[in-house]
Design a protein around this ligand. Structure first.
Ligand SMILES: [Zn+2]
Length: 120
């Protein structure tokens, strides 16, 4: 069962100055020129995730069910320095995927892709 996006919010420009240039987005373009990376327009400096479940009720969450999760990708405008969320969503996430995200094992991600999409 895949993640089901219920709401998606996108802000293509800085809400203060209107510039589309972002720190991590620009860094991804630069790294792509050097062959270290594939251009990814949705790369962020910070990704916040929050599952909408009371930890005291975790044990009653059934395998195969879904939990609502919010995610927000945050980056800095390289024109005026404003830090803003440029991409966010509300999703229903399978419990198994959530548990994998909460795994204490270290992951090798580097700059991760917020939505797992590739684009220019
Ligand atoms: Zn700006």
């Amino acid at each position: 069962m895949p993640r089901k996006v219920l709401q998606e919010y996108k802000f293509d420009k800085c809400p203060i100055c209107g510039s589309p240039d972002r720190l991590a987005g620009d860094a991804a373009k630069e790294a792509t020129k050097r062959g270290f990376f594939e251009i990814d327009a949705e790369v962020a400096i910070v990704e916040l995730k929050k599952a909408m479940v009371d930890v005291r009720k975790l044990q009653s969450v059934l395998s195969g069910s879904t939990i609502t999760q919010v995610r927000c990708a945050i980056d800095m405008c390289t024109n005026c320095g404003n830090i803003y969320g440029f991409l966010a969503d509300v999703s229903d996430v399978p419990v198994e995927e959530l548990m994998a995200e909460m795994s204490p094992l270290p992951s090798i991600q580097g700059l991760s892709n917020f939505f797992g999409r590739k684009g220019g």
